[in-house]
Design a protein around this ligand. Sequence first.
Ligand SMILES: [Zn+2]
Length: 436
Amino acid sequence: MKTDIDVTESVFKQIDNSWEREVQFLQKLCQFPSTLGNEASIQQFIADFLENEVGLSVTKVIPNPEKLSSHPGYSKPEWSYDERPVVIGEYHAEGKKKGKSVIFQGHIDVVSPEPVSFWEHHPWGAEIVGNKLYGRGTADMKSGVAAMIYALKAIQDAGIKLSSDVIIKTVTEEECTGNGALAAIEEGFKADAVLIPEPVLGQRALIAQVGVIWVRIKVKGLGAHTERADKAVNSIIESYKMINALLDFECELNRKNKNKAFANHPHPYNINIGKIHSGDWPSTVPSECTVEARVGFPPGVKPEDIKNELKAYLLAASEKDDWLRRNPPEIEFYGFHAEGFSIDPNQALFDVLNEAHTYVVKKPLEFGSFTATTDARFYNLYYDIPATCYGPTGEGLHAPNEWVDLDSVKTVTKTYAAFLLKWCGYSDYMIKKDKN
Ligand SMILES: [Zn+2]
């Protein structure tokens, strides 16, 4: 008679046997330059794969800002959702459902690889050197997408029938709003738990993350020809005052808010000056400078509240300056409107993940907190569905020469497969078949 271990091992053998195909699939994913606005072709490729190779029923959902705008987790975009679907593949368990259902979710949007000249391997080349796969999105997070799809595929290919439903989602907009993830949940694609193979903590489970907002500050100057620059006001120089105020705000945030989940972190709330735009001519004093920043803040604080607090802080700082008092900066928010969260690791999702992880890695599962945001927030904050991240290991996320460790991709594929068997349960289809 077959034991649970036999079944798990037969699935692992399947993962080993199809490993080359999994790597090729991952390389293919990494060759799509799926930055914001360019997700259609990778989503079509994945939709076809899920339907034809994994036998799932596939749905596409286009986020509708009008429908989503009243949701507390909605972030304001400044772009259209035309031809930018979220892809959802459903495995429907046959017969009586015994176990629990699960969603595997990964984002296929990636950030820009610029400056490309800083890369030693082409960002869309998916080059393999040793056990490293290089390219934009290899770690964050197409490797996780490949792992979650191949975990389910290996179970199918081993002839095992899971006893509960599995939903595979590949979402857009994780890197700027999260509206892709939100739209798919609002369309009704829910389950008992969610696993997101983000690489941010490697093979540790995420139990807390910070909140994130984006702010845009427009600082006016008094433009002129440089012959009279001494009588003009240079908006670039004026913008320093707002940048310094942002950095002061960051210091205060880290000093005063000791959230329990980040108590041991020396600096959890980062403010990043990510974009600055001004001027178009060396001999012209610029009239306007736009600064854009990403602001991290503690779990438990509402995005709306931190926005109000930051705006008041920046305006108070501008009050101290002669020019800025008379010409206050314009402050607006777009993109991320993401609340932080922390969840209790003492629950079934983590118990089963620990069991699967320990079986594969031979060490108990560790937990961690993340100083940025992931789509896990939606499930934990608004739907009472426990969600965590557990993914491959890599480096260079949002930086040149991003890579993922392929051995870790295989580990995660196996852990996910072991998780699926435990969490969803399976029928004795194979056992009976073997006996005959
Ligand atoms: Zn990511």
